[in-house]
Design a protein around this ligand. Structure first.
Ligand SMILES: [Zn+2]
Length: 115
């Protein structure tokens, strides 16, 4: 179990799973600008502890992923969508998880710019 939060602390989540060892680094027009490092979990394993009222959202392109960010500090702790099998997922941004040592994470590069 580990925590995610935004910079100002308005938004806080708990991930009910082991610390991740890998992350997706995507080069699409959106991810590259935010520097997102994403790990995907079943939606029920990622609970929003506080901050629903502070969250803004952003959708683009096919609008399959709903990006959620803090309306005060701008940090994006997570996004919501569906896995290829249709099950709901929350993709967490490892840069918002202080317990994750980013230097030990294996980065899986995803060519979102070409898809
Ligand atoms: Zn914030």
């Amino acid at each position: 179990m580990f925590k995610l939060d935004c910079h100002c602390g308005a938004v806080s989540l708990t991930v009910h799973a082991e610390l991740p060892t890998e992350a997706m680094s995507c080069n699409c027009s959106h991810c590259r600008r935010k520097g997102l490092l994403l790990a995907f979990y079943p939606r029920e394993q990622v609970t929003l502890d506080k901050g629903e009222e502070a969250l803004a959202g952003y959708d683009f392109n096919k609008r399959e992923i709903h990006h959620r960010f803090c309306s005060t500090c701008g940090c994006q702790p997570f996004a919501e969508g569906k896995m290829p099998d249709g099950s709901p997922t929350r993709a967490i941004n490892l840069r918002c998880a202080p317990d994750v040592d980013l230097d030990t994470i294996k980065l899986n590069k995803f060519d979102g710019a070409s898809s």
